[in-house]
Write a protein that binds this ligand. Structure first.
Ligand code: FES
Length: 226
């Protein structure tokens, strides 16, 4: 009999979602907060999706490119991740996620370390990590601003929104501002085609963004870091 069945028989609340990783993080958030349920039916003024899809915090932890993989609470999280998967291959994506959370990007050295940790070949890890654009292959600012310029957003001014971010920050695409705060990139569909232009900033979505919104949005982001 499973643990959850045993517990429900004893009158305790069943442990229904042991696989959810958010409760092991340093943010101490409830599952409701991470999933954004408080935002259902209301469009939050500070970004985030109005539906019950994930509305994450900005994930503004300090990143340390030279940090060890993994120590302290990160080691606990890695061990928890590894324990959930019968194979090392299965644990690769969340392990790379954790490495990126610690270091801010997944360099070639990080790929090799993750390969050694999981007992996989360097080539396998490199193949997976380089397939997914969500893994930053080089350092990015504390706010990674990803502007969708795919078809729906493009028809509704995605290119202009992208240009506005670059103009107001004075950077080229993929370049980080001297203060280390912002990196702007162009991405394919963010699956928010009904509310173009969609912009993803770290883990948070902003929708219906226009070029005129950009200065205030950047100001709001600066205020997040004081
Ligand atoms: S085209 Fe921009 S979110 Fe789909």
């Amino acid at each position: 009999m499973s643990d959850s069945k045993k517990m429900s028989g004893s009158g305790e609340i069943p442990f229904r979602n042991p696989g959810w990783a958010g409760n092991t993080g340093e943010f101490d958030l409830t599952e409701e907060q991470v999933r954004g349920l408080e935002y259902v039916s209301t469009r939050p003024t500070d970004g985030g999706h109005p539906a019950a899809s994930a509305t994450y915090p900005y994930m503004l932890t300090e990143r340390t490119p030279d940090a060890s993989l993994f120590q302290g609470p990160y080691l606990e999280r890695y061990e928890k991740i590894r324990s959930r998967f019968p194979t090392a291959q299965g644990a690769l994506l969340p392990t790379l996620n954790l490495a990126q959370e610690v270091r801010g990007h997944v360099s070639s050295d990080t790929m090799r370390e993750v390969a050694a940790l999981l007992g996989l070949s360097d080539a396998y890890v490199r193949g997976v990590a380089s397939f997914y654009t969500m893994y930053n292959k080089r350092e990015v600012g504390r706010f990674l601003i990803q502007v969708c310029t795919n078809i729906s957003c493009n028809l509704c001014g995605g290119d202009e929104v992208l240009a506005a971010f670059l103009k107001h920050l004075g950077t080229e695409m993929g370049e980080t501002t001297p203060d280390g705060l912002f990196t702007v990139t162009e991405v394919e569909c963010l699956a928010a085609c009904g509310t173009p232009t969609a912009v993803q900033i770290n883990s948070r979505y902003f929708e219906n963004v226009t070029p005129d919104d950009v200065p205030a949005l950047l100001e709001r982001l600066r205020s997040e870091v004081g």
